[in-house]
Design a protein around this ligand. Structure first.
Ligand code: URA
Length: 451
């Protein structure tokens, strides 16, 4: 016969961290505390695999506090998760955290108005359905530390939070389909030490992920202190001037995002690009396309803007032109991803592949500038007229720009033809070859110490 304690143990509920000094009256107006479940009630539920990931306890351990992570549907592909299947559980959890913090997927929750919806949902039934100890809404996942109240189980609460926020966010975005991944990570907090450690973890998460330097400056977290000195970099990067909702305002939004992008580290920068709404292109694109390659590359290739393939796949130069670019890299004995980073001036696809508008370039360029500052390449190759003219702030024809070593942000820059142009005008491939020789020689000279 299974005892009650056996059941709790099997559920991972012992020893349970309980709220101290909480008079039962504060646990929820009129709430009745559920009687401890009997073994008879528990057994069938155990057989359903209650404590496996993705199935939240439908029974209530009175006073138990849970650390819960739920994530956006596109934040952790099943194949990535499967690749860790053989790792011990704590290693899998660490891998997951690291992967999520790198900002995989479209990172919709980096958008202030969407993160705000999640925060409001978490706060909605505080005091009546649950006590919320800590929370953070990251760009692609959410951590909460909460205690269900009254008759509410963790399953009830999470289902409610996820479905209400998904409905609201889908309405704002005009989209359909699952917003959240079905699977949820949850664990019972076992003692005060663990409670403090997890609370600290949640509050520090935006700092650890490189979104901000002071936890109190992160708007979508229980650590937020609106009087704190530092303004949150990520949200400032994402807000259009004057756009912030009343509740999202924490500091005057900058006129241009460069003030904020200057301080972003890779994860925050990538998240900001993917979910940027600074120009109208965000309405027609599938996703923002940050760039691809070695974050410490000596070579930086900069194109114009994502095309249809890039917009779909989230990576620059993956279509026909991309194949030719790869061949150009091979001519330089370079390979995509190895000592090379590839980015575009615009991070969002212009409809019909039209030329970028000046205001779109102005809004987007700070992202590229920050990428350059983080990579610190030795040499830049501007790929095509649009990239060259926008970087060098000139309308000089490409025929006159190529063949010289220019400077951009203190770095040498060489101009060559766009591979899409070369596909249409193969006769100019020999000129492109000359450009690559110039680039190779420039790089060689940079690496040769002066006599
Ligand atoms: N053309 C570009 O300039 N960039 C891409 O990423 C794809 C095509």
């Amino acid at each position: 016969m299974l005892t009650r304690d056996d059941c709790y143990k099997e559920l991972g509920l012992l020893p349970v961290w309980r709220l101290k000094d909480v008079p039962s009256g504060r646990r929820g107006a009129g709430a009745t505390i559920a009687p401890a479940p009997s073994p008879a009630n528990l057994r069938p539920q155990l057989l359903q695999g209650i404590h496996s990931r993705g199935y939240l306890p439908h029974v209530k351990a009175d006073g138990a506090t849970y650390f819960v992570t739920f994530r956006l549907a596109d934040s952790l592909p099943a194949e990535v998760l499967e690749s860790w299947a053989d790792a011990p559980e704590d290693e899998r959890a660490r891998n997951t955290e690291r992967y999520l913090d790198q900002g995989a997927g479209a990172c919709l929750l980096a958008r202030p108005e969407l993160a705000e919806i999640v925060v409001q949902t978490l706060l909605c039934h505080v005091g009546s359905q649950h006590t919320l100890h800590e929370y953070v809404v990251m760009p692609n996942h959410v951590h909460v530390l909460l205690t269900p109240l009254g008759e509410y189980t963790l399953s009830d609460l999470l289902q409610g939070m996820k479905s209400v926020s998904a409905h609201k966010i889908n309405t704002v975005l005009g989209r359909e389909g699952p917003l959240w991944q079905h699977e949820i990570f949850d664990r019972v907090v076992r003692d005060d030490d663990e409670m403090q450690r997890l609370a600290f973890y949640i509050r520090r998460n935006p700092v650890k992920a490189g979104l901000i330097t002071e936890e109190s400056g992160f708007r979508w977290s229980s650590a937020w202190n609106k009087d704190a000195g530092e303004a949150p970099a990520l949200q400032r990067a994402l807000l259009r001037p004057g756009e912030a909702t009343a509740s999202a305002v924490v500091a005057p939004a900058p006129r241009r995002p460069d003030v904020a992008t200057e301080s972003l580290e890779w994860p925050a920068l990538t998240a900001a690009i993917k979910s940027c709404t600074l120009c109208p292109l965000h309405k027609s694109r599938t996703q923002g396309v940050p760039g691809v390659g070695d974050l410490h590359a000596e070579w930086l290739f900069i194109g114009e803007a994502p095309g249809a393939d890039e917009d779909r796949q989230g990576e620059p130069f993956v279509g026909q032109a991309g194949k030719l670019l790869d061949a150009m890299l091979a001519a330089l004995r370079l390979k995509r991803g190895e000592n090379v980073y590839i980015a575009n001036v615009l991070k969002s696809r212009p409809p019909g592949n039209r030329d970028p508008h000046p205001d779109e370039v102005a809004a987007c360029l700070p992202y590229l500038e920050r990428q350059i500052d983080l990579i610190r390449p030795k040499l830049i190759v501007a790929v095509g007229r649009i990239a060259a003219q926008n970087l060098l702030k000139t309308d000089t024809p490409i025929g006159k720009l190529r063949g010289h070593v220019h400077q951009y942000r203190g770095l040498p820059l060489v101009v060559t033809y766009h591979p899409a142009y070369l596909l249409r005008s193969p006769v100019d491939k020999s000129r492109a070859w000359e450009d690559l020789v110039l680039a190779a020689n420039t790089m060689k000279n940079l690496k040769t110490p002066n006599p």
